[in-house]
Design a protein. Sequence first.
Lengths: 339, 499
Amino acid sequence: MRRHLFLTVLAIFLLFLGACSSGSDKETAGKKESTGDWKPEGPIEIVAPAGAGGGWDTTARMTAQVLNEEGMIKENIGVVNKSGGGGAVGWAYVAGFEGNPHKLFVSSPPIVLIPLNGQSEYGHEDFTPLSNLIADYAAFAVREDAKWDNLNELFEDMKKDPESITVVGASAPGSMDHIQFVQIAKAAGVDIKKIKYVSDQEGGALTQLLNGSVDVYSTGVAETVEQVKAGKIKVLGVTSEERLEGEVLEDFPTAIEQGIDETFINWRGFFGPADMDPAAVDFYEKKFKELSDSDAFAEIRDQFGWDEMYLNNEEYKQFLNEQKKDIKSLLDELGISAN
Amino acid sequence: MGSIDGIVTGFQTAFSMEGILFVMIGVLVGTFIGMLPGLGPISAIAVMIPVTFGMDPTSALIMMAGVYYGAVFGGSTSSILLNAPGISGTVATAFDGYPMAQQGKAGKALAIAAIASFTGGTVSVIMLMLLAPALSSIAVSFGPPAYFALMVLGLTAISSLSEGSTIKALISAVVGFMVVTIGIDAQTGTQRFTFGNPNLLEGLDFLVIALGLFALAEVCTLVLNRKDTSVKNAHKIGSIKLSKKDLHEMKGPITRQSLLGFILGVLPGAGATIASFIAYISEKRLSKNPEEFGKGSIKGLAAPETANNAATSGAFVPLLSLGIPGSGTTAVLLGAFLVLGVQPGPLLMTDRPEIFWGIIASMYIGNIFLLILNLPLIPYIAKILKIPRPLLISLVIMFSMIGVYAISFNTFDLYMLLLFGVIGFLMRLFSFPAPPFILAFILGGMLEQSFRQSLTISNGSLSIFITNPISLMLLLLALLSFIIPLLRQLWLRKARKTN
């Protein structure tokens, strides 16, 4: 699986170099307009700690593209895939560049979850959170002919007979697909220790739902759309605060409107290595804000069905610490916390 | 059936000038990249994705599909000539292909592989066209218990792959099982045997093991036996002409394995690898001379080569009609679809018939191209063996390293490659067969995961494997394929005694 990513990256990177080399003489002229004390002194590398085509990779590529195309950052931004360990390999790589303001990476809830599971020695505290950009949400789907029509009916059955219902996700217990379901189920009063969860990392989770091996599929909102359109599955609930916009998406009820007062945000933002120059943090914060407010990025958010969720360095840090506390208590209750 | 219109549209798309041109480019690139040791369809597709940016989606996807099956087609070359399988689907090809090449029949081996690949590919495209809509329901019918049973059936091949000592074959397989547990366990999230090393979190890649145990171990043996005159034949290419007898011998395996390979290819996750192994063992079981297998048997080469190409077309069923990628390679291909704004799934056939049927129709042309591209080239490709031994050995080492390094640009993988090269060499010295090791490594991960998924679903009851009809059937087949050779041996012994 991993092999193609790097060839793709290599190929894209070569095309990129070719496309950008002609613009290099403009760079020096443009530097004056920046107000901060710090400016990039060379190409910037954004690490996507996963394979090509996934959420991290897409976010990194789209961000790099808009930053460069709109001229917000003149230096070339290259995206590098470092997959492995659900992100741990990429984080270990960036952690080795302490203080280097030219190495960024994109991240999301796993950087909180995976260290708590004991699978990464690096967590969000070991990096400099720069800005959060977008929010995505989870969806819980069942077969079209399933007996449940909303989350409450499902959770009622889970309370009565937890052994009869199996939940499937694409990642291991304690990681995102599991925790997003557990978090909502807990708010609905389900005994989360009794939830039966299986993980299928070979891309078979949807197959298992369709053939009736399992009952509930915990996944991202975008993954459900095509099957809902085809009338094969129905979405019982999504984890956003308000209903999502867009064809099909707007029909998905939120957990909140079903009386379950809980949300789960699959946030995505950018981090740098530890001990980054405050002036560099300032620089990136401004650039990401500019990006988040731009029409070009709004278009990309629409295209991928993401919500806007900008947080600056300070807000981001606070948000992450709260996330960690919440998730740690969930993992403790499940008995899978590493500490 | 409304799909008749769709099929007509598909043929129009595929047989347009553009369609033909892009199929040609696709299979050309695919087959050449596939021929290089250590590089397979995943690399070929990945290299071509950036080329498709801005192209018309239909042409682009016809090309990408061509790259995929072209690379599977070409992949047999490095297995046969150098014992360096680039993808798991061609491991079984090396079992008889490489011995054949060493006997000075490289040309013939490549010709058999090309014809088997062509037939497997074409037969399965016909079935794909006739059955794609209906087959999508079969593709999702396999739940975890059925997968477990299928893996067990695949594992019965161990007994067929053991030359000599059965105990040594079993030890080799057990070590393979142990190695595949390295990494984060999917069902609990616990690290196993990683020793805190983040490079091991994802486990070891198939290529590291395959190129280590096969290619590097072979290189070591060649260096050790450099004065041995018996390998002189290996420089000979021989005629590529197949006699009537050869063709007759190929007929059976090719017909059977085209069908079987296609069906197994339809199952997500099973795909070309298990198809090629099951093809190999089933032909060995059916053969009147099973002792020829592993020593350059025509049937032993034709069977897996037919099956892996047939399975490749089969893999398009879940990909196109469900949007479910059945393997790492089709996952990348799915990525290529998404980049072009095409969402494969249940609606593709009705929403974008020109893409759905265009790809399928283009595979007919693609397979014909592959055959006329490959057959005349065989004498030239086989000249690889004429390269002076020291140079050839260095090239194999170099390509193996490039292939492994390209997995993740991580030098750690190179050390692992060397380690498995040494392990493979030692295994040869002490005559532990490598095929059971690689088979256990390939099947072990899915075997374990599907077993544990099943038990979670059934709340720990083993009866789930018997109450599920598909799983029960496959387990019985596995039992039969285990017992029949034993009975046959007993029967032979008895027959000899009474004589």
